[in-house]
Design a protein around this ligand. Structure first.
Ligand code: PLP
Length: 384
């Protein structure tokens, strides 16, 4: 497909980057399970030399993601964290990064434990407050890193305002778009320079692949990251690329159901006497509901809530759910539930967790796409 610009999201999710196989006519892109490619004469090849550098299944997958993020380019990696590794390698000792305070646990860990010892400096700030965001920049700031909605507190950050702020300070802005997927949020259109995903979550959507992807329309950034993708070598295998492409074909349908199920669950929990507070960007009670409405076309499938009581109450509730699986991760077709303080955010120091509000009675739900009546009934019996 040449001109993507007029096609709808669902059409792109199914077709972009892909065309029937020229050899056989196979409608699905084959899994090119090969490490190397025959050349007609030394240096004379069909665009593929070695599969760390390029692989046709990966090329198709990258083309699809680029179209969905309204980007010129996409680059696939073997995990979401591997995208961060590549991006951080564009920096040099002494460079400074501003990052949202309430960031994915693994993001905090790779920044603080892997790249800080190499001399990259980080300031973690509350980016929902533009004043504190501005104050976090230094003359050495090269990158603004944000996740929105944040994890697990689901703070919504104003992408357009923050991307403008970064540009005014000569820094690039990176948005981790894992929680929304391009179906609900397109950061590049709001002025961000780079988008990353853990495709492990909504993009693949079936909890059977770990992977990551970067999308950008900046030629310079692309060139550098393409070099690093090949030089560091954390690339996905062809089978994983195939699986993600298959997952992407239903992204638009899945996201609609994730969001409608999440909204129903959030409303149910908000009225429940055993629940202290519910955080979901689609609720009018959400502190940044207006920003959410402005920059998102739907509110996603993630809900965070506080159970009345403490750890014993949270634990007993989490032991009783039957359809919800008590598991880390999110974004799959099946509903998951977890305890951030003990599970996903254990790598965040206890003091920091406390400041961020990740208390022992905090529970996070990833609403799947099952029948919502069954999900509500499951929560109901577990809360009794
Ligand atoms: C899971 C996740 C990551 C890390 O991705 P992996 O695929 O697990 O390496 C990064 N950001 C967010 C928001 C995530 O949920």
């Amino acid at each position: 497909m040449k001109d993507n610009t007029k096609l709808g999201f669902g059409t792109l999710a199914i077709h972009a980057g892909q065309s029937p196989d020229p050899v056989s006519g196979a409608v699905m892109t084959p899994i090119y399970q090969t490490s190397t490619y025959a050349q007609a004469s030394p240096g004379e090849h069909k665009g593929y030399e070695y599969s760390r550098t390029d692989n046709p299944t990966r090329t198709a997958y990258q083309g699809c993601v680029a179209a969905l993020e309204s980007a010129k380019y996409a680059l696939a990696f073997s995990s979401g964290l591997a995208t961060m590794d590549a991006i951080m390698h564009t920096l040099r000792p002494g460079d400074h990064v501003v990052c949202c305070d309430d960031v994915y646990g693994g993001t905090f860990r790779i920044f603080d434990k892997v790249f800080k010892p190499f001399g990259i400096q980080f300031t973690f700030a509350d980016l929902s407050d533009l004043k504190s965001a501005g104050a976090a920049f230094t003359p050495k700031t090269k990158l603004l890193w944000l996740e929105t909605p944040t994890n697990p507190m689901l703070k919504v950050l104003d992408i357009q305002a923050l991307a403008n702020l970064a540009r005014s300070k000569n820094a690039l802005s990176v948005v981790d778009n894992t929680f929304m997927s391009p179906y609900f949020q397109q950061p590049l259109k709001l002025g961000a320079d780079i988008v990353i995903h853990s495709i492990t979550k909504y993009m693949n959507g079936h909890s059977d692949v770990v992977g990551g992807v970067i999308a950008t329309s900046n030629d310079e950034v692309y060139k550098e990251l393409k070099f690093l993708q090949n030089s560091i070598g954390a690339v996905p295998g062809p089978f994983d690329c195939f699986l993600v492409m298959r997952g992407l074909k239903t992204l638009h349908v899945r996201m609609e159901r994730h969001a409608s199920n999440a909204m129903a669950i959030a409303k149910y929990l908000e009225k429940h006497p055993k629940i202290e507070r519910v955080i979901y960007p689609g609720l009018e009670s959400h502190p940044q509901h207006a920003v959410a409405r402005k920059q998102m076309s739907g509110f996603g499938g993630m809900i965070t809530f506080f159970i009345k009581g403490g750890l014993p109450e949270a634990r007993s509730f989490l032991e009783k759910v039957r359809i919800f699986a008590l598991a880390e991760s999110l974004g799959g077709v099946e509903s998951l539930i977890e305890h951030p303080a003990i599970m996903t955010h254990a790598s965040v120091p206890a003091e920091t967790r406390k400041t961020l509000g990740i208390h022992d009675n905090l529970v996070r739900i990833s609403a799947g796409i099952e029948d919502v009546k069954d999900l509500l009934a499951d929560l109901d019996q577990a809360l009794q």
